[in-house]
Design a binder for this molecule. Structure first.
Ligand code: NDP
Length: 274
């Protein structure tokens, strides 16, 4: 495994296992972060319309000089755009802000009531090649079952909150049984340092001579999860990608798995209210 390592999605498209996430990065700062990441070797950027930084993502990609076709770009269809039944318009607005004529992955951001109406539009974007893959985010099993009743294209991924305090094993197994890859959001536990400061993580980090953040990212990757760590600081963006020169043992993996406490840092897809 290295920084360019990919997983083959259920439609044959290759997705890099490591991405830079840009949630909560202001638009003006985003171009620098994306460029730093691409310079450090990342080839996968995860944004969303609601992050309000797609322009910065587009600028960063162009500033980096890395050819568009070498970058895997994900954005997401926002809840209100589904509620207002304007998925096509929302997609075109995202493309315009990103300054590109296709995305590599387009996701339903949250399972809002009526999300099924947007999926056929996303399938059309997929058939037209304007989205090389389509998928969902924050879907529990029951949402996926609803979607599969009407889907002609099986989602390529489900992007869910996933880290050692919330390992979501039953949902991961269910997704895998369908051929749906899992992307883990908040792999570092987010702005709260509780997960990064966990004593078990600190012990394993010390043993390997790596940081807690690197251990957390490595745990995601070795669990077969596509990892989307966010940082807005250059040195951390660079360091977070230095996870390919060590390996967690099976004992390390078991000890980290054992930290699961079904603890969500973010909203529950069953009760979110936005
Ligand atoms: P992360 O788990 O990536 O944590 C980000 C936090 O960790 C920031 O406070 C960052 O601070 C800090 N950090 C980053 N690197 C280090 C380091 N090496 N050492 C110490 N602290 C560090 O949280 P996110 O919520 O950002 O999740 C990651 C990505 O997942 C998002 O950016 C987004 O792309 C995606 N996501 C998707 C969601 C969805 O609904 N589909 C919901 C939430 C996230 P700093 O920036 O100052 O370095």
């Amino acid at each position: 495994m290295d920084i360019r390592s990919t997983i083959r999605l259920n439609n044959g498209v290759e997705i890099p296992r490591l991405a830079l996430g840009v949630f909560q990065v202001e638009d003006a700062k985003t171009a620098d972060c994306v460029r730093w990441a691409l310079e450090a070797g990342y080839r996968h950027i995860d944004t969303a319309a609601v992050y309000a930084n797609e322009r910065g993502v587009g600028k960063g990609m162009r500033d980096s000089g890395v050819p568009r076709e070498d970058i895997f770009l994900t954005t997401k269809l926002w809840n209100d755009d589904m509620r207002k039944n304007r998925p096509l318009e929302a997609f075109e607005e995202s493309l315009e802000r990103l300054g590109t004529d296709y995305v590599d992955l387009y996701l339903i951001h949250w399972p809002v009531v009526g999300f099924e109406k947007s999926w056929p539009v996303m399938e059309k974007l997929y058939r037209e090649g304007r989205a090389r893959a389509i998928g969902v985010s924050n879907f529990h099993r029951r949402h996926m079952e609803e979607l599969l009743k009407i889907a002609k294209v099986v989602p390529a991924v489900d992007q869910i909150e996933l880290h050692p305090f919330l390992t979501q094993k039953p949902l991961v197994e269910y997704c895998r049984s369908l051929g749906v890859e899992v992307e883990g959001w908040r792999p570092l536990g987010g702005n709260d340092g509780q997960l990064r400061d966990d004593p078990a993580i600190a012990r394993i980090a010390k043993k390997h001579g790596h940081t807690a953040a690197q251990v957390l990212i490595r745990w995601s990757l070795q669990s077969g999860i596509i990892a989307l760590p966010k940082s807005a600081r250059r040195e951390r963006i660079v360091d977070n990608a230095k996870v390919f020169d060590f390996e967690l043992s099976s004992e390390d993996m078991k000890a980290i798995d054992a930290l699961n406490r079904d603890f969500r840092t973010g909203p529950d897809p069953d009760t979110f209210d936005f």
